[in-house]
Write a protein that binds this ligand. Structure first.
Ligand code: HEM
Length: 445
């Protein structure tokens, strides 16, 4: 296999290219976490491989992340696997590059400004109470699918202004959509990709209907749908319907899959670390937060903030960022990164660096206390990525996580049911294999 598409000046990073065409994709997909760990042990923090038909370089560590973010949009550019691109849609923010990406990002950002977030808080709290009460009545539940419904419900309500309760198939459609992300990139009737593409079409049809409804009954609501329908490009043109549809779908997907993963990990870690749960409860009791939660009251919960940061360090929902295409040959850490190759950085391993974090394998929220601040090295804590493609919904996600955690730990208790597999599956989004089965009840205070 030809390893180099241009003439590099230095040597390529160590690593393997695997089999012709498939490269190392099969062993990667079989166990992505092991794949990375083994190669990191063997070759270090930068190594070459061949994934999804592309010669690729993996980067690990804060310095590597800094290299990638600094070159984003210049020598490196977002690229996607064929499945990702087909399932997200060519108009989606996740696929766009250059100035088209920047303009769209600015427009979408309006839905996540501090003013918008302040308005979301009340609805988030009401909806969270409803779900907590539902789980109390269930007594025993598998949390991952429940949290998926919860985060999807919130995303629909706040981003497009509708209740999902009437649409029972919605959860299944998103599930089928996700199953296509890592499937064989060939579409034939009944294949995973085919089913996922059909799910995409049905989700887009629903968004179409929402657009019609909004256009017939224009509201002053400044949610993501309203913003996109009013948004204009640099030439003053409104976005096309296809643009609006792909981006609403992107937000609804990004807005619930990742959060489901983060909340599930939070619930798992707290069940496994009762001392941390007690400290978080003591903080709340000491602050005496009463009445409706606001962003200001949530800000006071600094220990809880450390807990959430530690959850996202230990189990980042997205273990690696999307792929970047190398537009111009460059060098990093003494190795050549050739034009025409792809690169990606590993979030999971970057956040496990023993040179940055003491006992990185331990769940220890105190590492983020002001006197330790172990994440002071820039880009050593990157669950939301960084640079010009940093997560657009970061503050929305942090708000939802904190609000959910505050109400959960204040009023409820839970314990893990025996006989379940808690092994972590990392792709497409991190989660425990059996979905986290728990007993759930109201706390006796
Ligand atoms: C804990 C929850 C979340 C995590 C861990 C997370 C993580 C990430 C990461 C790592 C990226 C960058 C990917 C890359 O560099 O290739 C990203 C991008 C993005 N995220 Fe999130 N995300 C979360 C929640 C959300 C939410 C709630 C929304 C929206 C409601 C959202 C919308 C987006 C969008 C639109 C992008 C693409 C930004 C761009 O390309 O300019 N995310 N997210």
């Amino acid at each position: 296999m030809n390893d180099i598409s241009t003439q590099p000046v230095g040597s390529l990073p160590p690593g393997r290219s695997g089999l012709p065409i498939v490269g190392e994709s099969i062993s990667y997909l079989r166990d992505p976490a092991r794949f990375i760990q083994q190669r990191q042990q063997q070759y270090g923090n930068i190594f070459k491989t061949h994934l999804f038909g592309r010669p690729t370089i993996a980067l690990i560590g804060a310095d590597a992340a800094r290299f990638l973010f600094a070159n984003e949009g210049q020598r490196l550019e977002m690229t996607n696997t064929p499945n990702f691109e087909a399932l997200l849609g060519v108009h989606s923010i996740g696929v766009k590059t250059g100035s088209a990406h920047q303009v769209l990002r600015k427009q979408l950002f309006q839905a996540f400004q501090p003013r918008a977030l302040a308005e979301y808080t009340v609805t988030m709290e009401t909806m969270t109470h409803c779900y907590l009460q539902k789980w109390e009545q269930m007594r025993e539940l598998t949390w991952y699918p429940e949290l998926k419904q919860y985060t999807l419900d919130i995303a629909y309500k706040l981003l497009v202004g509708v209740d999902t309760t009437a649409d029972e198939n919605l959860g299944t459609l998103y599930e089928t959509w996700s199953n296509g992300l890592l499937s064989i990139p060939i579409r034939f009737p009944g294949s995973k990709l085919d089913r996922a593409m059909r799910a995409r079409e049905r989700l887009l049809q629903r968004i179409d209907t929402l657009i019609d409804q909004r256009q017939h009954n224009p509201s002053t609501q400044q949610d993501a749908l309203g913003i996109l329908l009013q948004a204009q490009d640099e030439a003053g043109n409104y976005l096309s319907r296809a643009d609006v549809k792909d981006n609403i779908l992107a937000l609804l997907i990004a807005g619930h899959e990742t959060l489901t993963s983060a909340l599930t990990s939070l619930c798992l870690f707290l069940a496994q670390h009762p001392d941390v749960l007690q400290t978080a409860r003591a903080e709340q009791a000491q602050l005496g937060l009463t009445g409706t939660l606001t962003q200001e009251s949530l800000k006071q919960l600094s220990y809880l903030e450390q807990v959430l940061k530690e959850v996202l360090r230990m189990a980042p929902p997205v273990v690696r960022n999307g792929q970047r295409k190398v537009l111009e040959t460059c060098e990093f850490a003494g190795f050549v990164i050739p034009k025409g190759w792809d690169v990606f950085y590993q979030i999971q391993e970057t956040q496990q660096d023993p040179n940055v974090y003491t006992h990185p394998e331990q769940f220890d929220p105190q590492r983020f206390a002001p006197d330790r601040a172990e994440d002071k090295k820039v880009f050593s804590h990157i669950p939301f990525g960084g640079g010009i493609r940093e997560c657009l919904g970061k503050e929305f996600a942090r708000l939802e996580m904190k609000l959910f955690a505050t109400l959960l730990i204040r009023d409820y208790d839970w314990e893990l049911l025996p006989g379940q597999n808690l092994e972590r599956v990392v792709l497409p989004f991190s989660r425990p294999r059996d979905g986290l089965k728990v007993k759930f009840w109201q706390r006796q205070k």
